[in-house]
Design a protein around this ligand. Structure first.
Ligand SMILES: [Zn+2]
Length: 319
């Protein structure tokens, strides 16, 4: 089916549906609740129940406004303008889902942000064979190879304990939604109390509702989890050590760019090899690449004999 790649987002004209639009539209599929995918007050939204909750947290309805909401949890389907829409689990942040569109005998899958291996928190990806795949390529170069979730958790806990034993404050740079909670949850499993930045703590109730545990707040902040480079409290540089937990940590220059002492390459996006695995699982004949290294990644796929094109290069992914 025809797919229009516009600056405002991805549009399926045959069924009048936008995929993760960046501006308010009549009807939108929201793959997950990161702000570069779920933004604006759309008239109608279709998303998993968890994504709807977090989206509404960020985009509370204006007074007097109504919004039509279709909660589509994994493996549930609805009919939409002659197509069947089915949500399929995506490993990314809590509630993330792929969308399978079946229309006129064709199967199209839009992955949203996704990884192939299991994340620390959230669903695993459900392989969804299709004819036409729209997939992200935030880390679509071979230099990006990340740790398994369990190995990342081991590194996170070890770093915290080593710093504490040396009398230093360990600081983890995560992200407001996703990585920050995964780090805090990992510390909780190791019973390491920590101080969590309010922008990360704000989303913890949604994780607790899915039975993920979190550390009790520590007096004086022995371990800090923070969304950016700015320290939430003033700690002398000599008394702290910073770990960057990110896909960008696969590059050595991330140390200087992030003022990090230690790099832990773990992401809620697929690394290059996971992207290849996702594409293999899809069995798709046509692959459209959006976000990140779309052009070089499409080139690499074509060299492997696949029909691939860079479809959209508009936004910078939030990771
Ligand atoms: Zn995302």
């Amino acid at each position: 089916m025809r797919v229009d790649y516009k600056p405002e987002g991805i549009y399926l004209p045959a069924i009048d549906l936008w995929l993760d639009p960046l501006v308010p539209v009549d009807a939108a599929w929201l793959s997950h609740a990161h702000s570069d995918h779920a933004r604006g007050l759309h008239q109608t939204i279709i998303a998993t129940g968890i994504t709807v909750q977090i989206y509404r947290h960020r985009w509370p309805l204006l007074h007097g406004r109504t919004q039509e909401v279709h909660r589509l949890n994994p493996n549930e389907s609805i009919e939409w303008n002659g197509a069947t829409l089915t949500a399929r689990q995506a490993a990314h942040i809590l509630g993330a889902a792929q969308l399978l569109v079946e229309y006129n005998g064709e199967r199209l899958v839009y992955t949203g942000d996704i990884k192939h291996r299991a994340p620390i928190c959230g669903w695993t990806t459900e392989a969804t064979p299709c004819d036409h795949l729209i997939i992200e390529s935030t880390f679509g170069l071979p230099i990006y190879q990340f740790l398994e979730a369990a190995d990342a958790q081991t590194r996170i806990a070890a770093f915290a304990r080593e710093c504490l034993a040396a009398g230093q404050t360990p600081v983890f740079q995560g992200y407001g939604l996703g990585r920050g909670q995964e780090i805090a949850h990992t510390l909780a499993l190791d019973e390491i109390p920590c101080e969590i930045h309010p922008s990360i703590a704000a989303f913890i109730p949604y994780y607790e509702a899915q039975n993920y545990t979190f550390p009790s707040a520590s007096e004086g902040g022995a371990v800090l989890v923070t969304p950016g480079r700015k320290m939430p409290v003033d700690i002398a540089a000599a008394k702290r050590k910073v770990a960057l937990v990110s896909g960008w940590a696969a590059l050595d220059n991330a140390r200087a760019r992030s003022n990090a002492d230690v790099l832990i390459p773990y992401s809620d996006h697929a690394d290059f090899y996971e992207l290849l695995a996702l594409i293999h699982d899809s069995q798709a004949q046509q692959i459209d690449i959006v976000h990140g290294y779309a052009e070089p990644f499409a080139h690499i796929l074509r060299k492997r004999g696949l029909s691939a094109r860079a479809a959209m290069l508009t936004t910078e992914a939030q990771i």
